[in-house]
Write a protein that binds this ligand. Sequence first.
Ligand code: ZN
Length: 144
Amino acid sequence: MLNLTDLYQEIILDHGKAPRNKRTMETATHWAEGYNPLCGDQIKVYLQVEGETVKDVSFSGNGCAISQASASMMTEALVGKTIDEANSTFQSFHAMLVPSDKPDQAKLQGYDELQALEGVKNYPNRIKCATLAWHAFKSALEGK
Ligand code: ZN
């Protein structure tokens, strides 16, 4: 495992072992798949969007603990958000892990557990594991 702080490591392991919202979704209005060839992580993200609201988020697939934990946390962070809020959560999360992004990122609001993944930025070959589900979410939303 990575050398993160104990608390953060515990949160990641917990989500990795018992992912939340890991299920296929019959009623999905949007979905997309992501594949991370560096690690072999494969994730499919399902959304149920009603009007401007992301009513439900789930995922399926397999991969390392980081990819699973990140997908799990993402579903909890995005459910119930408006599309705008979900997009800005994506941007904040991405900026936390990818240093080339603007440093004046908005803080991740209302879902502190996501910050457990911040330490992953020190392990460049694992960043794709943490962002995989998020990119799938973005693709699903944009209908790509
Ligand atoms: Zn991985």
